[in-house]
Design a protein around this ligand. Structure first.
Ligand code: SF4
Ligand code: SF4
Length: 316
């Protein structure tokens, strides 16, 4: 089995490829006190797949998530591409895309996929931070690593720190509890501050949009990430469809990887933000029907305000 062939096959499917020794990854993880499950495989392939920036603005009837959700769910796209490559080789392997216990950003840094930006993302010279990451542990010993040189860094820039609306990025690093992209994907009651700050159906793009390293890049549009027409979520669907009906209509979208109730809760924050009370009756029905406590509590808070807005508007 020739590692060069494997490397080349991955290069045919991915925009950025590095191959590192698992031992080095674990010893670096130990230095920063990361506790990770041990793998029996000695080599780690680290992969990056570029995606383009596409901004869509929510309307009175449709809401949008962060643009990394546009096109087919990247978890599936990366997994399919990895499996396609690995099927050519008789090697045992374990793959991971996003929802696995290993720190992909550390692996990406060690493989030279990019530098670690102050916005906490890996930034590649050619594709900026608009890259999906994946890792594959393979059952093959290597003598030499395939790494890329890292020739850039944030320097004295602090644009993302200043632009972050919740100050999740600050001089001390990153406070994930304050990050919109973190909390709007969590199954929890949103506080009043969190409700007020949320502006996106799922995720947050601000610290990537403002980053100067993302300005002169040339991202690729891989066919799987072509717009599917399901990027905008119809608000009526959200509050009337069952989980099953919703997943059937919006299948393959990355914003589905938690569940619809998270989108409903986030949608409520957007309705409040835009003072859109057109859906109050539908929302009230979901409150009566939905037993999920964190949805119930957040929705009650928001609907009360939306009802007040509706009442005031009829007085004008
Ligand atoms: S994703 Fe949004 S909230 Fe989170 S750090 Fe970036 S700008 Fe701040
Ligand atoms: S905005 Fe500036 S500080 Fe933030 S990640 Fe980009 S280059 Fe680094």
């Amino acid at each position: 089995m020739n590692i060069n062939n494997l490397h080349q096959s991955f290069q045919e499917e991915f925009d950025i490829v590095g191959i590192i020794k698992t031992d080095r990854y674990f010893s670096e993880a130990k230095k920063i006190n990361l506790k990770l499950p041990i793998t029996k495989f000695p080599t780690m392939v680290v992969l990056g797949l570029s995606y383009p920036k596409r901004i869509k603005t929510s309307t009175k009837t449709e809401l949008y998530a962060s643009f990394y959700t546009f096109g087919t769910d990247y978890h599936q796209v990366l997994k399919n591409r990895i499996i396609k490559v690995m099927n050519k080789f008789s090697l045992a392997y374990e793959l991971g895309v996003d929802n696995h216990p290993y720190d992909e950003r550390l692996a990406a840094l060690l493989a030279g996929i990019g530098f670690f930006g102050k916005n906490q993302l890996i930034i590649n010279q050619k594709y900026g931070s608009y890259i999906f990451l994946g890792v594959v542990f393979i059952d093959l010993e290597i003598t030499e690593e395939f790494t890329l040189p890292i020739i850039d860094n944030c320097g004295s820039c602090r644009i993302c720190l200043d632009a972050c609306p919740t100050k999740a990025l600050n001089n001390n690093g990153y406070d994930f509890n304050k990050c919109i992209s973190y909390y709007n994907q969590e199954k929890k009651v949103l506080s009043s501050d969190e409700i007020k700050a949320n502006y996106c159906l799922f995720g947050c793009d601000i610290c990537q949009l403002v980053c100067p390293k993302n300005l002169s890049i040339k991202p690729k549009l891989h066919p799987e990430f072509e717009l599917s027409g399901k990027e905008g979520v119809n608000i009526t669907d959200l509050f009337t469809y069952s989980e099953k009906e919703f997943k059937k209509k919006y299948q393959d979208m990355a914003y589905l990887w938690k569940d619809k109730t998270i989108l409903m809760r986030n949608a409520l924050t957007l309705l409040l933000r835009s003072k859109n009370f057109d859906y109050n009756d539908l929302v009230k029905r979901t409150i009566d029907k939905q037993s999920t406590p964190w949805y119930h509590e957040t929705a009650l808070k928001i609907i009360e305000e939306l009802e007040q807005i509706k009442k005031e508007s009829t007085l004008i």
